[in-house]
Write a protein that binds this ligand. Structure first.
Ligand code: UTP
Length: 290
């Protein structure tokens, strides 16, 4: 059973500045909802009940988004906007939310370590807020990974094949295939040059981790970029326990840079019946020949 998730959101989001100078990156809108909503929704649809956000002092607005706002409630009640009241109530109650602070952005591995006390001794999901995973069959990527965890009782990381040109931007795994969408991991390398990459299976932003990762991260020194890297922690975990890779076959949207975020917003809005007609009508007027 995996009932808890960690979502680290303490980074600056330098690739989407200046938009993120005062607006936290997780709140950049995708259609009419903040990016982070879709990540939380995936966790909840996969059975997660408790979400631990790792935040920084710039991120108070993320807490506010998932908290009740009595003033706004009163305003919507006065306007008799029950549909929106119901939507907001759903967002505020979809999970139990906790917030822990990472005082300095010392790396993703360090951010995960900050959630240690809130999570305790259970296996947990780790979801990175930049990545939105679209499953055409409606079964969330994380749900499939939890299914693997329930069978194997070992950590599971999500991977997707990437083109050669992109290999050096990702953590890359080496492993052997043991099922149509399943590999047993043998090694992991963070952002290798193409010539040193053991495969083109890139780690994307979903993990199910056994709690032993916390002890390991507590003893992991800063690595690439002077940050405590989750990949280094996973390599140490691999020396102790098996790790499996679930190859996600749906569509991944990376909202972490400006073009990626704009693309995601258009793609998600086009899937919404209330926005699609107007947006399509506008897109059809564009001359995209250049
Ligand atoms: P990124 O490497 O994408 O960093 O972190 P970033 O700050 O979000 O974005 P750029 O590269 O500067 O544009 C991956 C995830 O890990 C979190 C980030 O918030 C993001 O969700 N993170 C990273 C932390 O919470 N703390 C850290 O120290 C580093």
């Amino acid at each position: 059973m995996v009932r808890q998730a960690v979502i680290p959101v303490a980074g600056w989001g330098t690739r989407v500045l200046p938009a993120t100078k005062s607006l936290p990156k997780p709140l950049l809108p995708v259609a009419d909802l903040p990016t982070i909503y879709y990540v939380v929704e995936e966790a909840v649809q996969s059975g997660v009940e408790h979400i631990v956000f790792v935040t920084s002092r710039h991120m108070r607005a993320v807490e506010d988004f998932f908290d009740e706002n009595p003033e706004l409630t009163r305003t919507l009640e006065a306007k008799k906007n029950t549909a929106m009241l119901d939507r907001l109530h759903h967002i505020e109650t979809m999970a139990h939310f906790s917030f822990v602070r990472q005082a300095q952005p010392l790396g993703l591995g360090h951010a995960v370590l900050m959630a240690r006390e809130a999570i305790g001794h259970d296996a947990f999901a780790l979801l990175l807020g930049d990545d939105l995973m679209w499953s055409p069959d409606g079964v969330p990527c994380l749900q499939r990974m939890i299914d693997v965890y329930n069978q194997r009782h070992a950590s599971v990381i999500a991977t997707m094949p990437v083109p050669d040109a992109d290999v050096s931007r990702y953590g890359i795994i080496a492993g052997e295939r043991i099922g149509p969408q399943l590999m047993q991991v043998r090694d992991m390398v963070e952002k290798p040059p193409l010539a040193e990459a053991p495969s083109n299976q890139a780690v994307v932003g979903r993990y199910v981790l056994t709690p032993e990762i916390f002890d390991i991260l507590a003893h992991t020194p800063p690595g690439r970029g002077g940050e405590i890297q989750i990949t280094d922690g996973l390599c140490s975990l691999l020396a102790q326990q098996p790790i499996f890779a679930y190859e996600f076959a749906g569509q991944r949207y990376d909202t972490g840079d400006t073009v990626g975020w704009l693309t995601t917003s258009i793609a998600y809005a086009l899937r919404r019946p209330e926005f699609a007609p107007g947006l399509k009508a506008y897109l059809r007027t564009l001359d995209l020949a250049e």
